[in-house]
Design a protein around this ligand. Structure first.
Ligand code: SF4
Ligand code: SF4
Length: 107
């Protein structure tokens, strides 16, 4: 593995390959149970504009985004997402919309 030096890092990453090597936390069931009802905002992915760069999955601090086996695209686990908005902030296509909690989720 070749580690990137900090001055080689792309300050405007669009894919995982643009990022430096970093430790990534793996998601698991929280000790306090499901925590999704703590949030005020709900991230909604617009799959029509998603380019599957997986940056949302990489940066979610809660490990609440997983990669679907069916099509390899990210999906948000609303049982644990806390609505922090990090995924929407890092999305290069701005295709994650933060909606007020209380809306009906499809599916
Ligand atoms: S809003 Fe925060 S916790 Fe929820 S999926 Fe996005 S980054 Fe993860
Ligand atoms: S939702 Fe945005 S950040 Fe996530 S994979 Fe799609 S384009 Fe990338």
């Amino acid at each position: 593995m070749v580690l990137k030096l900090i001055n080689e890092v792309n300050p405007h990453p669009e894919t995982i390959e643009d990022l430096p090597e970093a430790p990534i936390s793996m998601p698991k069931i929280g000790s306090t149970g499901k925590t999704g009802n703590w949030r005020t905002f709900i991230p909604i992915i617009d799959y029509d504009n998603c380019i599957n760069c997986k940056l949302c999955w990489l940066y979610c601090p809660e490990g609440s985004i997983f990669i679907r086996e069916s099509d390899d695209f990210p999906e948000i686990d609303y049982d644990y997402c806390k609505g922090c908005g990090v995924c929407a902030q890092v999305c290069p296509k701005k295709c994650i919309d933060m909606k007020r909690a209380g809306i009906e989720l499809e599916g």
